[in-house]
Design a protein around this ligand. Structure first.
Ligand SMILES: Cc1cc2nc3c(=O)[nH]c(=O)nc-3n(C[C@H](O)[C@H](O)[C@H](O)COP(=O)(O)OP(=O)(O)OC[C@H]3O[C@@H](n4cnc5c(N)ncnc54)[C@H](O)[C@@H]3O)c2cc1C
Length: 488
């Protein structure tokens, strides 16, 4: 087995670099209980956050840096995939080593300062990777080391669109173009380097039964990951096609996709679908992937021949495929949610389209820029058999298709309105899916899509109790509650 280590925020990087990390043992040896006692004089307010920033700036090594409002680095660090996920922090710190990050966490815990941990900022949940306190930007953890074998032609089970971060993506689960073959990204992790809430650094492997289980889906509740070691596999050139359908083309397209999905397939294939509402009209998008230079003769023929509004075939390297895919355009304000589905049958898809259209028309009355989308994540029935028990998914005995529900709008004063409507639409869609005979009442919502307010039981099912016990053990003072996210 080959592995590659990705420092906590690495994006798709072709270069192979070996990292040398300096040690700061004197910082890590501070008695945590003494540090925690200082929280009794908890600081509050922006001025005090600034004091914490200054203190961090003085104590970190030259590998790390603190940036203040007005600097280009600060501005870049505040940025998210959607503006509604951004907040203006007192300062931003870019730790350069795990040791410095440990020191920073100790300082934040001791002063009880709210903080954010941001990798590439793709969350649509406000406050999950943003804060008015101290912003930790993980962008300096960007090196990749390939173990055991030098060279190229290797890949890992990573994100499907260009730019999605490693940091949050992996600790939330990770659905990939390779999931049908290898499972979720968490199923391919062999080690995490974790800065624990008390500032100590720990390598977590399957020998650390509880923590290894908890980190695979448990998000930022157990500390901050500074290195992921992932299994690799050989990568050949790949084949893919991105297609768009509009008007009368929509129904034949989703019907053909549903028909295609109902049949057993080769696991090297993977697909994505999008039902989109814009300005009163519904369109449908489809991406078909095959993990070899050409798909088998008749695999995608029926789909590729469908009458379409646009079609682009992508052949070549995996990197070329991922970077050629249309990335959703940046939007001003947005929420994302997870709508678990068991099978995308044509009647289910028709019901979803009808609901999206009806809600889109209704919401357009309030903000005519509103955009709605339902993302289909078709995966094979055995994807959860690839991994050992993990925080997510809570039940590996059957496949749940995570399916994303997206809302985009521009008027900030309507944030709560759109949140309420998104929750209501999710319930309406779930009811429809149940009416079509799919038992999704207790199906897990995917943590990386779920909108804030989703309960822990919806994310982790029967795992909640165990996750809470592990939390008590590794974060007894609940330091990670100072940062946003679903709190265990
Ligand atoms: C355009 C787009 C495409 C997407 N495609 C996919 C896809 O193909 N498959 C899929 O599964 N999901 C996908 N997602 C969802 C994605 O997994 C989540 O948005 C995820 O949160 C992104 O992680 P991030 O690090 O970029 O986000 P951030 O906003 O930086 O962080 C998200 C959360 O993770 C925490 N976090 C970040 N880094 C660390 C770390 N090192 N240690 C501990 N906690 C950390 C943050 O504190 C925060 O709570 C997509 C989202 C978008 C917007």
């Amino acid at each position: 087995m080959l592995t590659a280590s990705f420092l906590g925020c690495a994006l798709l990087l072709p270069a192979l670099l070996v990292v040398t990390v300096q040690g700061y043992a004197h910082c890590a040896s501070e008695d945590f209980d003494t540090g925690y006692a200082r929280t009794q004089t908890a600081l509050s307010g922006v001025d005090n956050y600034l004091l914490t920033c200054e203190s961090i700036a003085k104590s970190v090594s030259p590998a790390s840096q603190v940036f203040f409002p007005g600097s280009p680095e600060f501005k870049a660090d505040m940025r998210h995939w959607v503006n509604s996920s951004s907040e203006v922090s007192a300062c931003s710190v870019r730790p350069g080593t795990a040791q410095d990050l440990g020191l920073i966490l100790r300082e934040l815990g001791a002063t009880h300062t709210p903080f954010a941990v941001k990798c590439s900022g793709h969350t649509s949940n406000p406050g999950f990777s943003s804060t008015r306190g101290v912003h930790i930007q993980m962008s300096r953890f960007n090196d990749i080391t390939v173990h055991e074998k030098e060279g190229t032609g290797l890949n890992v089970v990573g994100g499907r669109l260009n730019g999605v971060g490693v940091g949050g993506f992996v600790v939330g689960g990770g659905y990939s173009w390779k999931t049908n073959q290898y499972g979720l990204t968490v199923d391919t992790v062999t080690a995490f380097e974790l800065v624990l809430p008390n500032g100590n650094i720990k390598k977590v492997t399957e020998e650390d039964k509880d923590l290894f289980f908890a980190l695979k889906g448990g998000l930022n509740n157990y500390g901050i990951v500074t290195k992921y070691t992932l299994k690799t596999h050989n990568q050949t050139d790949v084949w893919g096609v991105a297609m768009g359908f509009s008007g009368d083309q929509v129904e034949p397209a989703y019907t053909a996709l549903a028909n295609f999905l109902s049949k057993p397939k080769d696991h090297k294939g993977a697909q994505l679908g999008t039902i989109a509402y814009n300005n009163g009209t519904i369109s449908f998008g489809m991406v078909l992937f095959y993990d070899a230079p050409k798909p088998p003769c008749d695999l995608y023929d029926d789909l590729v021949k469908l009458p379409n509004a646009e079609q682009s075939i992508i052949e070549g390297s995996f990197m070329k495929f991922v970077t050629s895919l249309p990335n959703p355009p940046p939007v001003e304000r947005s929420y994302l949610d997870s709508v678990p589905v068991l099978h995308y049958t044509a009647p289910v898809l028709k019901s979803i389209i009808d609901e999206i259209k009806a809600w889109g028309d209704k919401l357009k009355e309030h903000d005519n820029t509103v955009a709605l989308a339902f993302g289909l994540d078709p995966f094979e029935a055995d994807i959860f058999t690839h991994g050992a028990p993990s925080a997510f998914p809570p039940d590996r005995s059957y496949t749940v298709l995570p399916s994303s529900l997206f809302f985009g709008w521009t008027d900030k004063s309507l944030d709560q309105f759109f949140y309420d409507n998104m929750r209501a639409l999710n319930s309406a869609l779930t009811e429809k899916v149940i009416k079509h005979g799919q038992d999704v009442k207790n199906a897990a919502h995917y943590p990386n899509y779920a909108v804030y307010g989703t309960t822990l039981e919806q994310l982790y099912g029967a795992n909640v109790k165990r996750l809470r016990e592990i939390k008590k053990q590794f974060d007894p003072f609940r330091i990670m509650d100072l940062t946003g996210g679903f709190k265990i």
